[in-house]
Design a protein around this ligand. Structure first.
Ligand SMILES: [Ca+2]
Length: 600
């Protein structure tokens, strides 16, 4: 660890942007060339005791990417136990700011150089640990930011696993998977978890805004966040914790019920282990029964097209695919045993308590390739389905998930949620500040999401409607779209571009996106209506043309589809102390903050 300085949050608040030289000049402020950002202390980066590893270089254009100024560094501005770290530890957010070339560096076509005046922070996937890429932003003229969220997934320490497969697991000081949250002394590093939860992305966004201001000599006009999966969760954190800072957020397939969907998503493996004595299900059998479910339910929406508009209406029972049944495969390698059918039904139903109460949502019938459910021998609960429990709750790299019975599953899930929802649960419905500040959120899921059970979002929507004053008042700023047949982070016409275009038109031009258009495949388009509205075929013209559908306006979701919503497990998170700052850690020129808040 290189030199760092203890930073008091209060001192930081007073230290804002005083290093910016613009105020000393009349007319346009002076602006640097890219490499100057790494060498001249005037810009707040070089010589800053809060950062290490600073580089700034122009990354030349390639066949697919525009040239941009790439600034990389590590932000070590948070320190010590008051921020949840071990004594003496600091934050270590690896941050990248990508800047379309300014006029000094030859950029053109934007409001200054090639810049469109806007910021776009880019979200992570999974457990993060790698710096998210910025070129999707810079190619479109935005200043892009990315971060590893404060831990480095390439730091590994594999040890033999007596509970194989897999043959090895990661142990501290590994930062791969969920191991980053476990200290070598067996305690949990809540600092690293909060960094992952929201602090890393917020710092990256703060730095992006600062570096843009000095590189172009002007303030940004809009501040956006774009992410999928864990990045969709991060987008919700930004709206919940920093509601007055973002103009718009795209959140695809968001992992907002982080402490619930992950563990509960692995429910099928725990069931298979207990009832079949195997890690998961045979892949070919699960593929076959899923295909039969889709075929059985395709026509419920009135159009036989290989798509299920509303998977919640599909009640296909896997018992119909048991060998010998009329609806089952004649191939013994594909039809199910009665025991296997029981496991499949439980996967679709989701985890229940021993007394039968629904704990969390299941997977949607028809979904192929559900993460970790197959194959029978080497399937395992997803990264989220057991690693969180192993490293953070049981705090034991060798904890064997197979030791948990179905009867014990609910108490394990409740313990996990109780302990970690305040830190990593990202499902607070309190978006008042975000709405008041004019923020807009566009959210989507695919109903065949194979990584996150998608129907948890209906639960969030009901809580949001309750908190934010009903359906219409929520739709004023938060719109949710379920794309039929789309999978995790894409497919069936669910793309970042569709969502981002709708968002920027809404934020910048006031065009309210009552529906989106999905290019399902080369020959089919469909309307995707904002929830809880539903698409209806007009009765004439091709069902492959979205123009022949209308969105039926609904005052609420169908109550029949929400029957078990009220019983789902709630978290206590996430608004319990930000432990964060709202300014980038730029010290006064020539002054180092001498007093930290770490006096333990
Ligand atoms: Ca259909």
């Amino acid at each position: 660890m290189t030199t760092h300085v203890c930073i008091a949050a209060a001192a930081l608040l007073a230290a804002v942007f005083t290093a910016t030289p613009a105020s000393a000049h009349r007319g346009p402020p002076p602006t640097p060339i890219c490499i100057d950002l790494a060498h001249n202390p005037s810009w707040g980066l070089a010589g800053n005791p809060n950062i290490t590893g600073l580089t700034a270089v122009i990354t030349p254009a390639t066949a697919i990417n525009a040239a941009y100024c790439q600034v990389d560094f590590t932000d070590e501005s948070l320190e010590g136990r008051s921020h949840g770290y071990l004594h003496g530890q600091t934050s270590k957010f690896r941050i990248r700011v990508g800047l379309p070339l300014n006029a000094n560096d030859g950029g053109s076509g934007g409001v200054q150089g090639a810049w469109n005046g806007k910021i776009q922070s880019r979200g992570n996937g999974g457990f993060a640990g790698n710096v998210s890429g910025v070129t999707p932003a810079t190619n479109a003229g935005y200043v892009g930011t990315g971060t590893d969220t404060g831990h480095n997934a390439t730091l590994t320490n594999p040890i033999p696993n007596p509970n194989a497969p897999p043959a090895t697991v990661e142990a501290p000081p590994s930062e791969a998977g969920a191991a980053f949250g476990l200290n070598p002394d067996g305690t949990v590093n809540f600092g690293r978890i909060m960094d992952y939860a929201w602090r890393g992305q917020h710092h990256a966004n703060l730095w992006g805004r600062h570096v843009a201001k000095v590189y172009y000599g002007r303030q940004h006009t809009r501040n956006y966040f774009v992410g999928c999966s864990d990045g969709g969760r991060e987008g919700h954190e930004m709206a919940q914790r920093f509601g007055d800072e973002f103009d718009g957020i795209v959140s695809m397939s968001p992992a907002i019920h982080w402490d619930r969907w992950g563990f509960s998503g692995g429910w099928g493996n725990y069931v298979a282990n207990e009832e079949l004595g195997q890690n998961g299900l045979d892949a070919a059998k699960f593929q076959d029964v899923s295909r039969r479910a889709l075929e059985a339910c395709d026509g419920i929406d009135g159009i036989v097209d290989g798509m299920i508009q509303e998977t919640r209406r599909c009640k296909y029972n896997a018992n119909a695919a048991v060998c010998g049944q009329p609806g089952a495969s004649a191939n013994p390698a594909l039809c199910l045993t009665a025991a296997e059918a029981n496991v499949v039904n439980k996967i679709w139903d989701g985890p229940r308590t021993a007394s039968g109460r629904k704990l969390w949502v299941g997977w949607e019938r028809g979904t192929q390739g559900i993460f970790g459910i197959t194959p029978a021998a080497t399937g395992a609960p997803t990264l989220f389905g057991e690693q969180i429990n192993r490293y953070w709750v049981h705090r034991d790299a060798l904890f064997n998930w197979r030791s948990i019975s179905q009867a014990e599953f609910a108490s394990e899930q409740r313990t996990l949620t109780q302990q970690f929802s305040p830190f990593i649960g990202s499902d607070s419905p309190d978006l008042h500040e975000f709405k008041r500040s004019g923020g807009k959120l566009i959210v989507s899921y695919g109903n065949f999401d194979q990584i996150i059970p998608p129907n948890g979002h209906y639960n969030y929507m009901q809580r949001l409607f309750d908190e934010m004053g009903g359906v219409r008042r929520t739709q004023d700023f938060y719109r949710y779209y379920m794309f039929p047949n789309a999978t995790h982070c894409g497919g069936a016409g669910m793309t970042e571009n569709v969502l981002l275009n709708a968002l920027t038109n809404w934020v910048e031009k006031g065009v309210k996106p009552d529906h989106l258009v999905a290019q399902v495949n080369a020959t089919r388009t469909r309307k995707v209506c904002m929830y809880p509205n539903t698409p209806r075929y007009s009765g004439t013209g091709s069902t492959d043309d979205e123009a022949n559908f209308v969105c039926q306006v609904n005052d609420s979701d169908d109550p029949a589809l929400l029957r078990e919503e009220a019983g789902l497990l709630r978290g206590e998170g996430p608004l319990r102390g930000n432990h964060d700052i709202r300014e980038v850690p730029i010290p006064h020129r020539g002054h180092r903050h001498g007093h930290g808040d770490d006096r333990d």
